[in-house]
Design a protein around this ligand. Structure first.
Ligand SMILES: [Zn+2]
Length: 462
């Protein structure tokens, strides 16, 4: 990062802090706060929401403090930055060493969306305590952070849920590589950035997902078996060894060699060139637990088959089979529900030659799974995509409520586009947008306005 860019970045961050933060309410980080620890300030109307956020998300922090304890620079072997707080932010989230801005859409009621906060807190170690020496080695920040994030998910929700997250990440990586081309320099984990390259231009999902997969590959080679503890111990060593330093991939390589002295042959066999320098997709297969993914895809395929059945008897049989299987859905984790709805969306996408579900099928699906009542923001967004494409009317009121109760561009932009394309003329979506645009971030409002103006983009979504 250049000095000019660095100062611009920190100025932007300070302004954001000043605008949104106010006096921070802080808690001891290693346990959920109690009501008596909160000094109520009448000016801070959001203090109870902060309390809710902290009590909701204390687990990743606790996990990280345990896993990274005893690293030099930590305070008493515990927490590096002495304070930690979450602050509610209507529009989005942002990571800071002592303070995480989080959108209340992460409050799912079952801690199923804890991964975002896990990621931001993990940056206290990977990114803030140990930093990449240049943009070329930026993957050390994000790859390690995604690795910690998914270790937390694995620890809290099991390897199957972590596998779903990995699958989603690989899909995003594949989409990016397809969009820019397999030979594009920016698909390499260590992209070559010439002097006049703006690092923002090279920014993508690559350092996150390819970086994560490389670390998972190293873990499977160096510590085979199901026990993650030996590689967790290496993480502690890594953060201790490089605390308050800026490092490169070579530093990681040396640390691995010193920590695993009996694995010299294994490390020598790692194709560092392919993983770090070569463009394209993942150089080799890295296995993860895909049991929940396969279950979700099988059920999604069964539901889509009900729409494709050509005669009424076959359709009724297929619907009965799908509905029976769906009864077990109540016990599925939110990430698996997302995989299920995402697969229905992919199989029925008109841009991929599919046909939207019939509204009667969507109604049966809602009866079986109560999706229209679900308040998990990730599940809700995917459900609305399936239900609105099928013109399932109860989903319209749900979509309007979702659009006006939060301002994350990730959710509002595609949903406005979908409403505008599915319902004639886009008048309903535009009127709703005009009524609530002042609450959106200016960039989000600008992009949505552009979508409305661009009729071809609007048409492409359905
Ligand atoms: Zn990150």
């Amino acid at each position: 990062m250049s000095l000019r860019k660095s100062s611009r970045y920190s100025l932007r961050r300070r302004r954001l802090l000043a605008l949104t933060c106010g006096p921070a309410t802080t808690f001891l980080p290693c346990r959920p706060p109690s009501l008596t620890e909160v000094s109520y300030d009448a000016r801070q109307c959001c203090v109870l929401l902060r309390l809710l956020l902290l009590s909701h998300f204390y687990e990743p922090l606790l996990w990280l403090v345990l896993i990274c304890r005893h690293a030099p620079g930590t305070d008493g072997g515990c927490w590096l930055w002495s304070l930690y707080s979450c602050h509610p932010f209507y529009r989005s989230g942002m990571e800071n060493p002592c303070l995480t801005f989080v959108t209340p859409t992460l409050l799912a009621g079952d801690r199923s969306l804890v991964s975002v906060v896990a990621h931001e807190i993990a940056h206290s170690w990977s990114g803030n305590l140990v930093t990449s020496a240049s943009w070329t080695h930026f993957w050390l920040n994000e790859g390690f952070t995604v690795f910690l994030e998914r270790r937390i998910i694995e620890s809290l929700h099991g390897s199957g849920v972590a596998g779903l997250s990995t699958y989603a990440g690989r899909q995003a990586l594949g989409d990016y590589v397809s969009s820019v081309g397999e030979s594009h320099a920016y698909t390499a984990l260590e992209p070559v950035l010439v002097d006049d390259t703006d690092p923002d231009d090279a920014f993508s999902v690559v350092p996150y997902e390819r970086g994560y997969n490389f670390l998972l590959h190293l873990r499977q080679l160096l510590t085979p078996g199901d026990d993650p503890a030996p590689f967790d111990a290496f993480l502690r060593y890594y953060f201790s060894r490089f605390a308050r330093r800026s490092i490169t991939s070579d530093d990681l390589r040396q640390a691995l060699a010193q920590y695993f002295p009996d694995s010299a042959a294994t490390l020598a066999a790692v194709d560092w060139q392919a993983w770090l320098k070569a463009p394209g997709g993942l150089p080799s297969t890295v296995s993860v637990d895909e049991s929940l993914l396969h279950q979700a895809h099988a059920l999604a395929t069964a539901w889509v088959a009900t729409t494709k059945s050509v005669d009424r008897v076959a359709a009724a049989t297929a619907a009965a089979v799908a509905a029976a299987a769906t009864e077990g859905l109540a016990g599925w984790p939110a990430a698996q529900l997302c995989a299920f709805l995402q697969h229905i969306g992919a199989l029925t996408s008109t841009t991929r030659g599919g046909t939207p579900l019939d509204s009667s099928v969507v109604s049966a699906l809602d009866t079986a799974g109560h999706f229209n009542d679900c308040r998990n923001s990730e599940v809700r967004a995917l459900w609305l995509r399936v239900a609105l494409a099928a013109h399932y009317d109860p989903a319209v009121a749900n979509a309007k409520l979702f659009l006006t109760s939060q301002g994350r561009m990730k959710f509002v932009r595609p949903l406005y586009r979908l409403l505008a394309s599915v319902y004639p003329g886009g008048g309903m979506a535009r009127a709703l947008f005009e009524e609530h645009r002042d609450r959106l971030h200016s960039i989000a409002a600008k992009m949505i306005e552009k979508d409305f103006a661009d009729q071809s983009a609007v048409g492409a979504v359905a």
